[in-house]
Write a protein that binds this ligand. Sequence first.
Ligand code: TMP
Length: 417
Amino acid sequence: MYKLHTHCRACDFAKPGPPGIKNVRNERLVEVLDLGIQPLANDFQDERGEHSGFAPLKVLFCPRCTLAQLSVAVRPEILYSNYSYVTSATETMRSHFHQLWLDICRESDAKKVLEIGSNTGDFLDFVRHHGAGSVMGIDPAENLCAVAAEKHIPSLASLFNRESAQKAEQLLGGASVVVARHVFCHVDDWRDFIRNLSLVGDRETIFCIEVPYAKDMLAINSWDQIYHEHLSYLTLKSVDALLENSDFHIHRIIRYPIHGGAIVLMLRRDASKESPDPESMRMVREESFSADEWKNLSQTATVQQKQLKSTIEELLSRGSTVAGFGASAKSTVWINACGLTRKHIRFICDSTPQKQFRFSPGSEIPIADEGALLRERPDYAVCFAWNFLPEIIEKQSLYLNQGGRFIVPVPDIRIAP
Ligand code: TMP
């Protein structure tokens, strides 16, 4: 189901030597955080008790290039062939798409856009209505490519590999922009990914890699973004180290507030005529991370798990009812790390049809439609989609006006509004 990952995928630190000569320099990635054996965060099942398997959820830190990464890589076929993560169709997301697209258009004519991990095609649909000439997606989830097809977004149902890169490039007739939103952190073999990028586009193609930024995760305690799909927690120095022996370099870095803090790394080919942005180069030089910062996050996570569970138990003991809002992958991490059951959380509301009327992975908590919040009116709902909190508060004003309250777990557990 998974393989162990013991060396740094960015800089090869602790890479075993030739067969028989293991790890000649005695290097080791540093273990910094351990969430135990966990279910797969998006493994929503129709029947209670069913699952695709459990795997360790442990983070290792590279003392050389500062990349944090999971100690195992679950086979992508298990994670992605029938995927239930759907890009949230929210105003927050639309305004992010808008800002990202403006930033891309400052760099490129953006005529032909290829998206790796195109999901249900929402980003490509957006850019097609905002000036992109032609678009093409690649995504391994056949169920999501079918949804994209309904919006007339052409996509290849495949992982990003040599064949799909070549085919997409041919069908698109040469990509001027390649976008990979929250995909690169899901990739095990980064060197292979970079090799496949080199099959796409021309000298001036811009490659935009969007990922959660480790700095933001540490700043807001969002350890719930640690799950099996997220193999790496990126730092600028680690990407710089990865690209050292490639034909690409970091051209520009932009930070965005989406998902609690993300960075877009705009890469260009070394042969490009455009010079790297000096301010971005300064960001790379000045960035620093330590294993201790991650160990502190680990301690915070333990404290917060106890706090959330005891907050819910106290509310229940006073006769209140508690549900969840947003069956995000993050909800699975919280529920399993805290040991929450259906006794704690009656149900979780979610707008995603792919999740509704199924069970939260690793627990028997059912997923209901979004309307269940008003129908059932629990006194409290744990907002597992905290990254959309302002929009949720606005949308659920009726629930709140009737006395309902959200328990927000990040950055610190609190009742809102
Ligand atoms: P995400 O943070 O991984 O995108 O997951 C957010 C989840 O919350 C996703 O399953 C959709 C759900 N959600 C709702 O059901 N209603 C909402 O208003 C919002 C913003 C999200």
